[in-house]
Design a protein around this ligand. Structure first.
Ligand code: NAD
Length: 503
């Protein structure tokens, strides 16, 4: 264990800072990169991997090949109870630790994660289907960044909330989705621990492997037992966790539908709640924008992570005067997207994450065709096995079409047009969601005018899908409430009291 920590110090000594503040990790040339995926994973409760009291397991597969990767424990009610009790037992000592000491653990976790970056990137790609280029350059470095960033707050909570006394809440139940499994785990766990809470995390049933591997990192870092507990399982496990009376807070990222169920489950209880839900982001392109750069931004906005992104720029609104030109450029660019083996470092777009997700994409695309929109698909040969969908774009889309209103959560772009900035805002806001938006224009004043009027938690200007642990993320309307990341994200993990500090 000590050797790992030692090595981390050397290898991550000079990380390269990329655009958007993302730390890129290059493994040392002599790195052996050996890792294995165990045939079976248990639950992580009280600092140990333990067999589920339910005695049940389920398989997790590689969506690119449909081959089983491993089986993981299915936590039942008794397992959930044991995990929450482990969190309760660990809470007083973790809370009593100085902020500086909690920060040390978080820094250590971040460094070990970077040290094992390549292994995490490979496992994430295998379990999720996303390209290795993305897990290597985005998911893993950003996950580490969340631990680094929040370590910085652990001993500065008094500066964060001046004149108030921030206190941790207790045991936090966290339920996360499959589209960014490691990153979601990191961005939920890191602020909770920095503030002095303990955690029970439930990863998504179709992508549990990196959260379980993260538990090995916690052991390596010497994190006290019970501070983080990870229980794998399905929606039933998630529901049992959310219902547990021992929780002080629930943090959920996932679909709007399940978010509403969770809201009902915690109603009337003394439980804090934050929800990060779905989206249908408007991505605006004005005639004065740098169109070739905007094309790159739009491609990143919808085809990054196969479009399995809550904040994906799935509704493209192009100013009418450049619509034809822009769509033509986009079509040509889409034909150059390399779809295929996610483990190939040249792959741009990997596999659709699961069979049900592929069915949902197909159903909505069929609805788009039925409703009269025109479908353009990039010419590409898709593998026979696994779950695949070609990069797709609809033109001739009306606001009333399902493909303009519902979250497809796949590589499918719906293109609409507008004439004036006022019309762009009206169309952009004409949705029940409000997670993110994007604006491409050369005029700074217009950006400010638009950003003020867009009902979205995040508005990107002349870029899209850029993430940073220091920047608060969260939704308006049915995209949820509460913020994660940045100073605002820490607020969700503390209780504030007035009164004078002793001395
Ligand atoms: P999902 O809601 O089906 O599942 C999310 C998690 O909730 C899983 O771990 C699942 O097991 C669990 N779950 C299911 N039913 C539950 C219940 N009744 N009680 C408690 N937990 C339950 O979502 P998904 O299909 O995994 O993820 C896709 C959705 O997540 C999309 O709608 C996407 O927009 C959203 N998402 C939002 C954000 C954000 O930050 N706003 C980020 C990523 C994904």
């Amino acid at each position: 264990m000590a050797k790992h920590v030692e090595k981390a110090k050397v290898e991550s000594a000079a990380p390269e800072l990329q655009f958007g503040g993302v730390w890129k990790y290059e493994p040392a040339p002599e790195s052996t990169d050996h890792f294995t995926i165990a045939p079976r994973y248990e639950l992580f409760v009280g600092g140990q991997f333990v067999k589920p009291k339910s005695g049940e397991y389920f398989a997790t597969i590689d969506p690119a090949t449909e081959k089983p990767l491993s089986e993981v424990a299915l936590a039942g009610d008794k397992d959930v109870d044991a995990a929450v009790k482990a969190g309760q037992k660990a809470f007083p000592a973790w809370k009593a630790l100085s902020g500086e000491d909690r920060a040390r653990f978080l820094f250590r976790i971040a460094r070990i994660l970077l040290e094992r970056a390549r292994e995490f990137a490979c496992v994430e790609t295998l379990d999720n289907g996303k390209p290795i280029k993305e897990t290597r350059d985005v998911d893993v470095p950003l996950a580490a960044q969340h631990f680094f960033y929040h370590a910085g707050w652990a001993d500065k909570l008094d500066l964060l909330f001046p004149g108030q006394r921030p206190e941790p809440l207790g045991v936090v139940g966290q339920v996360i989705p499959w589209n960014f499994p490691l990153l979601m785990a990191a961005w939920k766990i890191a602020p909770a621990l920095a503030a002095g809470n303990t955690v029970v995390l439930k990863p998504a049933e179709t992508s549990p492997l990196t959260a379980l591997r993260l538990c090995e990192v916690f052991q390596q870092a010497g994190l006290p037992p019970g501070v983080v507990n990870v229980i794998t399982g399905d929606g039933g496990t998630g529901a049992a966790l959310v219902r547990h009376p021992g929780l002080a807070k629930v943090a959920f990222t996932g679909s709007t539908e399940v978010g509403k169920e969770i809201q009902r489950a915690v109603a009337g209880r003394n439980v804090e709640l934050t929800l990060e839900l779905g989206g249908k982001a408007a991505h605006l392109v004005f005639e004065d924008a740098a169109l070739d750069q905007a094309v790159e931004g739009v491609v990143r906005g919808i085809f990054f992570n196969q479009g399995h992104v809550c904040c994906a720029g799935s509704r493209l609104l192009v100013q009418e005067s450049v619509h034809e030109l822009f769509v033509d450029k986009l079509r040509r660019r889409m034909s150059r997207i390399r779809v295929g083996n996610p483990m190939d470092k040249n792959t741009d777009m990997g596999a659709i994450h699961s069979k049900p997700q592929l069915q949902r994409i197909r159903e909505l695309v069929a609805a788009g065709v039925d409703e009269g929109a025109v479908l353009h698909q990039a010419p590409c040969e898709l593998p026979q096995k696994g779950f695949w969908f070609a990069p797709s774009m609809f033109t001739g889309v009306a606001m009333s079409h399902r493909i303009a209103r519902e979250e497809i959560f796949g590589p499918v772009l719906s293109v609409l047009t507008f004439r004036t900035p006022e019309e762009a805002v009206e169309k952009a806001n004409n949705t029940s969601y409000g997670l993110s938006a994007g604006i491409w224009t050369d005029k700074g004043a217009r950006i400010l005018w638009l950003a003020e009027r867009m009902q979205a938690g995040v508005v990107w200007n002349n870029t899209f899908n850029r993430f940073d642990a220091a920047s608060p993320f969260g939704g308006f309307k049915e995209s949820g409430f509460g913020r994660e990341g940045g100073r605002q994200g820490m607020r969700a993990y503390v209780r504030l009291r007035g009164g004078l500090l002793p001395g």
